[in-house]
Ligand binder design. Sequence first.
Ligand code: AQP
Length: 345
Amino acid sequence: MSDHEERVFSGVQPTGNLHLGNYLGAIKKFVALQERHTCLYCVVDMHAITEWQEPEALRRSIRELTAAYLAVGIDPKAHIIFNQSQVSCHAELAWIFNCVARMGWLSRMTQFKEKAGKHRENASVGLFAYPNLMAADILVYKATHVPVGDDQKQHLELARDIAQKFNTDFAASIAARGHGDAFFTLPEPLITGPATRVMSLRDGSRKMSKSEESDMTRINLADDADTIAQKIRKARTDPEPLPSEPAGLEDRPEARNLVGIYAALCDRTVEETLAEHGGAQFSAFKQALTDLMVETLTPIGEETARLLTDTGHIDAVLADGAARARTVAEPILRQVKDIVGFVQG
Ligand code: AQP
């Protein structure tokens, strides 16, 4: 990897219940991007512990997510798959960013407000500082593109603000060390397509989420065909048939969600999907959606389960990925420390 190429970085938390939102919003795009970019895909275990995780469950989830990355078709030889905690550069740069980012910026993060709820005083410091670590994840590789779901947009904007402020705070030192007028380029979020925010199957105003109590609100990548069929059959809809144009989905959040999911699963636009299914009753459309979902997701679930029978192989993929990630991150972190004024051996 050279220092100036386009580079993709993204991560998913190993917190169990990998779901259709994670797949369509992020992981499916990871696969497509590897055709034309150099990619680093991270299992962000340090983010996971911003909320308490049972240690054995965390270990299992790290391996499950790694197996899912492999099962969807990410090539661990051409690209880098690793877990965050094995590359300490993330934590080191995050500390420097803790000293660059402002309390006020972090206080405005909606994800912190939602997760901390009314009990802010009891939230971990890590949950508050989470976006600084996310900025470090991206910038420690000087990644240029970050595929994420729509819920991560605000964190990406913060990562750009941190990069910008670092460039400004240390402008003289950056120039004196021959890096020109900016050390970090601002990373571009990649938030595109018809399913950037997959909603709950039971409430079109809520995001599909791992932590939602009812399993009927989401499709897990590990669900079997019968479970998928049952969840789609019971998904909330309205009594009207499908419209033939996107404008007809306004004020119909559940219908819009199912059409978006269908379109994203078969790489079509919402317009194309409605051109084909406009006028259909939900009973027929749900059957088509179930068939498509089963066809797409069950091979991934089965391959993930197969890979998990050999945890030695999974751990070796992570160790190899971490070693290669360090070779990219360490020189960049060294330059950052030099810019900041740390004395290094
Ligand atoms: N519903 C969603 N639609 C589209 N994309 C989504 N992502 C998450 N939910 C949706 C995207 O998946 C990637 C990894 O997510 P994560 O595990 O790092 O974070 P998360 O947002 O905490 O996942 P959950 O399910 O929403 O967890 P909880 O319930 O804990 O809040 C990211 O790119 C994210 O945008």
